[in-house]
Ligand binder design. Structure first.
Ligand code: HEC
Length: 95
């Protein structure tokens, strides 16, 4: 009897694939620029994967690395900031 083993293996492979899939990027204005500028060194993280605490510091560094112009900084902020992961609880990040 080989079939039960084969389907167990299939389930295992599928669950591995699911675990590796990253959170999809929201498809809205800014996504093209974001992928291009912020996906060059690492995959472009979905905003929900980026914690709001520490974001200003991280973005300060990353926008230098990506050599963003002021207009690009604005566009990427508008793209990411509505969906940053809350640091704890569900309170909106202070702004
Ligand atoms: C020149 C390469 C490069 C570019 C371009 C770049 N990054 Fe990064 N990024 C890195 C490296 C290297 C790390 C991991 C090491 C670190 O945290 O310093 C990182 C880490 C991060 C992290 C995780 C930081 C943490 O503390 O968990 C975030 C979020 C991030 N980048 C966002 C961005 C965004 C947004 C942009 C576009 C504005 C961007 N990155 C462009 C190199 C880059």
């Amino acid at each position: 009897m080989k079939r039960p083993l084969a389907s167990a293996a299939l389930v295992w492979v599928l669950s591995l694939l699911a675990a590796c899939a990253s959170v999809p990027l929201p498809d809205r204005e800014g996504v093209v620029l974001y992928r291009k500028k912020c996906g060059a060194c690492h995959r472009p993280y979905a905003p929900q994967e980026i914690r709001a605490a520490g974001w200003e510091k991280t973005f300060g560094e990353m926008r230098n690395r990506a050599r963003l112009t002021p207009a690009e900084i604005d566009e990427i902020r508008r793209y990411l900031e509505p969906d940053l992961a809350p640091s704890h609880g569900s309170a909106p990040p202070a702004s």
